[in-house]
Design a protein around this ligand. Structure first.
Ligand code: IPM
Ligand code: MG
Length: 361
């Protein structure tokens, strides 16, 4: 089959890491007989500088036409001034909204080869970490109205609103049950139903859905407790489903306890194609253009692009296996290395994964 992938390198290390993932997708094409066509478009700070907007219309159009979107990272100190009307992050939020990507899948996995990188005690790590945070991505407090800063009775008041309709909860809930059903069959829904009305509705709708999925074991947890349980015993979790802001926070927490955020991919999916695939980490501007970034989270995002974006599960697994094999042989980018002798650059890491995939490793 032939597929078109729209690549949005973005800012900082974005171009370094998407280059490697593109290389790996070419290797996938070669190995499995697919044709990949790549088109490249602007997003984020670079797009503000070049086109006056973090998400130019032609980028939206190109993404809409593609079979999948691969994104590097956006943002950097140059655009960080809060006085700026336009921020790189608006590009990211805008493309999620424009493509209707309501579901964000963020797996947090600890690789046995990298267990010592975890911030947790060895006895906790030994229980294993293999969980998926499913974050609602186009609703909640990020988008709810009213929002803004206004003057009320002589002082400034900032407002954001956490809003979820039952249909928004139902569609992310359904996806959560489906994913849990394909994994270890455990779903934990995270909310703040002891305080927030919107969370009470969230809990009710998720509980109603549970009747359609008897094979999945559902539990509910308050977000503060979930934050605590994630460091106390992450092995208790299989799939966590939660709203936009709770998911933003918990997915960073889940990612960072593994100690190797440079390895963690994500997928954002809507009702139909195209999905968007990006690493969980940011744009690391200090490393940009130095061939020093870790491309593996983006390469693993390309694996998710195959599996979840194009329905190519064998291909996705082959990429993941290749990454495991390369790490198993002791190759590390600087962020993960414990010994200077094992360090390889960004581009070399991409080549190693390609070679492994093509059986020349
Ligand atoms: C993320 C990021 C974004 C978010 C920012 C950059 C807008 O933190 O993808 O988790 O909050 O969604
Ligand atoms: Mg975040």
């Amino acid at each position: 089959m032939d597929y078109t992938v729209c690549v949005l390198p973005g800012d900082g290390i974005g171009p370094d890491i998407t280059d490697q993932a593109v290389k790996v997708l070419h290797a996938v094409g070669q190995k499995f007989g697919h044709g990949f066509t790549f088109t490249e478009h602007m997003i984020g700070g670079g797009a503000i500088d070049a086109a006056g907007h973090p998400l130019p219309q032609e980028t939206i159009d190109a993404c809409t036409k593609a079979d999948a979107v691969l994104l590097g990272a956006v943002g950097g100190p140059k655009w960080d001034d809060v006085q700026h009307k336009l921020r790189p992050e608006q590009g990211l939020l805008g493309i999620r909204k424009a493509l209707g990507l309501f579901a964000n899948l963020r797996p947090a996995v600890i690789y046995p080869e990298l267990a010592q990188a975890s911030y947790l005690r060895p006895d906790i790590v030994r229980q294993g970490i293999d969980l998926m945070v499913l974050r609602e991505l186009t609703g909640g407090i990020y988008f709810g109205r009213p929002q803004g800063v206004r003057t009320h009775e002589g002082q400034r008041v900032g407002i954001n609103s956490m809003v979820y309709s039952e249909e928004e909860i139902r569609r992310i809930g359904r996806m959560a049950f489906e994913i849990a059903g394909k994994r270890r069959g455990r779903l934990c829904s995270v909310d703040k139903a002891n305080v927030l009305d919107v969370s009470r509705l969230w809990r009710e709708v998720i509980a109603e859905l549970a009747r359609d999925y008897p094979q999945v074991e559902l539990s509910h947890m308050y977000v503060d407790n979930a934050a605590m349980q994630l460091v106390r015993d992450p092995s208790q979790f299989d799939v966590i489903v939660t709203g936009n802001m709770f998911g933003d926070i918990l997915s960073d927490e889940a990612a960072t306890i593994t100690g190797s955020i440079g390895l963690l991919p994500s997928a954002s999916l809507g009702q139909s194609r195209p999905g968007l695939f990006e690493p969980v980490h940011g744009s690391a501007p200090d490393l940009a253009g130095q061939d020093a970034a870790n491309p593996l989270a983006t390469i693993l995002s390309a694996a998710m692009l195959c599996t979840y974006g194009l329905g190519l599960e064998t291909e996705g697994r082959a990429v993941e296996d290749a990454v495991h094999a390369v790490l198993g042989r002791g190759h590390r980018t600087a962020d993960l290395a414990t010994d200077r002798s094992e360090i390889v650059g960004c581009s070399r890491m991409g080549d190693l994964v390609c070679d492994q995939l093509l059986g020349q490793g």
